[in-house]
Design a binder for this molecule. Structure first.
Ligand SMILES: *[C@@H]1O[C@H](CO)[C@@H](O)[C@H](O)[C@H]1NC(C)=O
Length: 799
């Protein structure tokens, strides 16, 4: 039962997980599977095998010339269909009748001449522009497209009532392609588009502007005209065309694209627009032809706030620069952008100027621009990006009288600062200074506006930030990325610094002091530097770990070790070295302590297990074995009767009789004991000498008692026979009890010497050590000795 339950639960879990996975896959594939991109595939037909779930289908830029109902009727969920840049010639909208979700239909840039009128009501975006329609392809059903936002149309003719069906719709964007438009002689047509926010008209790219249609638009906010070719003769046609369009009060934004005009006509168009309610005027891609001469212009009161002219080509080669530049410099507007032009200069306005914002990006201006110009007193932003500026000193001087200047962008020039230029002067209110992508070096820090808050020095040639620089106490953001700095800055001079960008430099050992010195840092980006992963880096990494991760931008991904080679590519986050290997003092102390502990331990162990005793015993055992091997046997055998003579004190007789003698006799050794084998009638000394001479070894059982009472008996003999001479091996001294040095009477020199030489065997109290003791004794007798018969000997002795 339980097993069954378990397996059911398990399989349930499995199915559940599987469902989750499959669900995820389906969800995941949602966008990719249902958005099909088949553009630029040289298709001549719509592919048949599309997923019926397709929502977005792009088959633009192919060779499709015919669309059948079967091509798309099964795509019931289709919402977006892009068919632009194909070869469609006619289209029956009823083929989309099954695509009830279709919202976006792009049929632009085909060759459509005819369409039917059965439109899908859900359409929000319908683009029929850049086709070959003769008249605008609008039928009354268009009026039902209440959702429609964008409508693109094209035609060669405009008729008065063409746009009536859509007049009541509130469109946001109408694109009207009139590239193929041709005007009928002496016929001024008028056209009504009632409601759209943006109107974009595209004219023929190479023909002189000639459209004479009255188009009136309600609530128009943005007007864009593309492809305008003007000379002094048709200039008035454009102005007339515009005067109808711009009649309403709502137009704010007027854009002209691809304009070719004479200077004279351009000035006239400006003069026309000046009093109009247009606030933003943009001209992209302007070509000036024929000549540039002085024209009258009245800078009357204007609603115009901003004029932007981008990408100017000047086909006039001989002209007065003053005419050209004065026209712009005297404008009574707030914002002027002249970018990507061949202009080499801009003049200082003659009277106090209204300019607040000037953008002269990508021209050919030199350092002489606005020098000694005191009229730009309201100027707040000046952009001189991508020009030919060279001297930072001159730039500072230029801003001297720009008392309102807050933002100055002189990036992408060739600016340098040479200290011989002298002390720099700057406009007092500059808060943002962009010096990025120049060739400035360390000296730049001696030529900066004192109140600068944001300083961009990205991509220059700075190697270090000099210590002694003027304090930039207002500086909050500093970008010195992509230079050659070797160190993080010290915030001594930048007490308010809160954002530092210093990635892509040569910083290998960032100082951990940084966070200490720069207390106000909210954000630092220091990645992509060649970090040297050694001990010095540890503290920095630790400090990074302590500040919140939002402060350190790009952490941990862009912070990697560069060297040593073994760590190359390792994220700093994963670089760990121990405290120990980085701190020499600590290392030494640790080694010292370890050695000390080891020594103490070993000593303690030695004491506890009496290691020296064992060593001594083993050493003696080896020596004895060695000596025994070198002994001349035969010589000995001739004279000896006993293996050993034992001498001991009466006090130690218990040990001798219970331990020593039984052991030796068990080993088949013949022993001469003085009370057993002594010859009566002879003096003790004589007996002893007799015994010693007939024994192979003499064993003395040493103890304080023995020394006090017996030793004297031997002294005389030893004195004569030199028994204890160096290397003598006939003597075995057993130390039964320790003998304190002061117990040995001072006259016993020999004994004292022996004791200090430690050539005795100590009788251990512990039973476990007895084995080794006996082994040493045994080693002393480890040989085959054939002795003279004992009986003879006994008899001799008895005699
Ligand atoms: C400085 O100019 C560069 C481009 O020229 C731009 O990318 C950067 O954002 C500017 N810096 C600031 C602080 O505006």
């Amino acid at each position: 039962m339980t097993k069954d339950k378990e397996s059911i639960t398990r399989s349930f879990c499995f199915v559940y997980i599987l469902t989750l996975i499959v669900g995820t896959i389906i969800q995941f594939s949602d966008e990719s599977e249902f958005a099909v991109d088949m553009s630029k595939m040289k298709l001549t037909h719509v592919p048949k095998d599309l997923s019926p779930k397709t929502k977005v289908l792009d088959i633009s830029q192919n060779y499709i010339s015919k669309l059948h109902i079967s091509d798309i009727s099964y795509l019931l969920r289709l919402e977006v269909l892009t068919l632009s840049y194909n070869r469609l010639q006619c289209l029956d909208f009823s083929i989309f009748k099954f695509n009830q979700d279709l919202e976006y239909l792009d049929l632009s840039h085909n060759q459509l001449q005819k369409t039917s009128c059965h439109l899908i009501r859900s359409l929000k975006h319908l683009d029929l522009s850049f086709n070959d329609f003769d008249v605008l392809p609008i039928c009354k059903e268009f009026g039902n497209l209440t959702q429609l936002n964008f409508l693109g149309l094209s035609g060669t003719r405009l008729r008065q009532l063409d746009l009536l069906p859509i007049a009541h719709l509130h469109l946001s964007h109408i694109l009207l392609d009139l590239e193929g438009y041709y005007a009928k002689e002496s016929e001024t047509e008028s056209l009504q588009i009632l409601n759209t926010k943006t109107l974009h008209l595209v004219f023929h790219p190479n023909q002189l502007f000639s459209v004479q249609v009255n188009i009136s638009v309600n609530s128009l906010r943005c007007l864009q005209l593309t492809n305008i070719k003007l000379n002094n003769d048709n200039c008035q046609i454009l102005i007339k065309f515009l005067s109808e369009l711009i009649r309403g009060p709502t137009l704010l934004n007027f854009t002209l694209k691809h304009v070719e005009t004479t200077w004279k006509c351009l000035v006239r168009v400006f003069q026309f627009l000046w009093p109009k309610p247009v606030e933003y005027l943009n001209i992209y891609n302007l070509i000036i032809v024929e000549s540039i001469d002085e024209e009258d212009f009245t800078y009357s009161k204007t609603a115009l706030k901003a004029l932007k002219i981008e990408h100017v080509t000047n086909r006039v080669f001989i002209y007065s620069q003053t005419v050209l530049y004065t026209f712009f410099s005297e404008m009574n507007i707030m914002m002027l952008t002249l970018s990507d032009t061949p202009f080499i200069h801009m003049l200082c306005p003659q009277t106090s100027s209204t300019f607040k914002f000037l953008n002269f990006t990508q021209n050919v201006f030199t350092d002489s621009v606005f020098q000694n110009c005191s009229k730009l007193v309201r100027l707040e932003t000046l952009i001189l990006q991508k020009n030919k500026l060279k001297g930072l000193y001159n730039i500072g001087l230029m801003t001297k009288h720009m008392t309102s200047l807050k933002i100055l962008d002189v990036s992408w020039n060739s600016l340098e600062y040479d200290r011989h230029d002298g002390n720099c002067t700057w406009g007092g209110s500059i808060a943002v200074l962009n010096l990025s992508s120049n060739i400035l070096t360390d000296s730049v820090f001696r030529c900066l506006p004192p109140k600068v808050k944001v300083l961009d020095l990205y991509d220059n040639r700075i190697r270090s930030i000099p210590k002694l620089i003027m304090k930039l106490e207002a500086l909050q953001e500093l970008n010195v990325a992509s230079n050659s700095l070797a160190h993080l800055p010290d915030c001594g001079a930048f007490s308010s610094l809160s954002v530092l960008i210093i990635d892509h430099n040569s910083i290998s050992n960032p100082s951990a002091d940084f966070f200490h010195s720069c207390q106000k840092i909210r954000s630092i980006r220091a990645g992509n530097n060649p970090f040297q992963c050694t001990c010095e880096l540890r503290e920095f990494i630790q400090n990074i770990g302590q500040v919140s991760s939002e402060v350190v931008e790009g952490w941990p991904d862009s912070y990697k070790c560069d060297n040593p080679e073994s760590y190359k590519g390792t994220p700093l986050k994963d670089f760990h070295v121990s405290q120990l290997s980085c701190n020499i003092a600590l290392l030494l102390v640790t080694i010292g302590v370890t050695v000390l502990v080891l020594t103490v331990t070993v000593t303690a162990l030695c004491m506890y297990f009496d290691l020296p005793w064992y060593l001594r015993m083993v050493c003696q055992w080896t020596q004895t074995r060695h000596r025994a091997r070198n002994l001349p046997l035969e010589e000995l055998q001739r004279t000896l009767q006993f293996h050993a003579f034992i001498s001991y004190s009466e006090h130690d007789s218990a040990w001798v009789k219970n331990e020593l003698v039984p052991y030796l006799e068990k080993e088949d050794l013949r022993i001469c004991l003085h009370e057993r084998n002594f010859v009566p009638g002879k003096s003790i000394v004589e007996n002893i000498i007799n015994c010693i001479e007939k024994s192979y070894k003499s064993i003395f059982v040493l103890s304080p008692n023995f020394v006090q009472s017996e030793w004297c008996h031997y002294e005389l003999y030893f004195a004569h026979h030199n028994l204890f001479h160096e290397g003598s091996n006939n003597l075995i001294l057993i130390l039964l009890e320790p003998i304190p040095q002061n117990c040995i009477p001072s006259k016993y020199h020999k004994l004292k010497a022996l004791m200090t030489q430690r050539t005795y065997l100590e009788w251990p109290k512990e039973k476990s050590k007895h084995g080794l003791f006996w082994a040493n004794i045994r080693a002393a007798f480890n040989m085959k000795l054939t002795l003279i018969a004992e009986n003879n000997n006994a008899e001799t002795l008895k005699k």
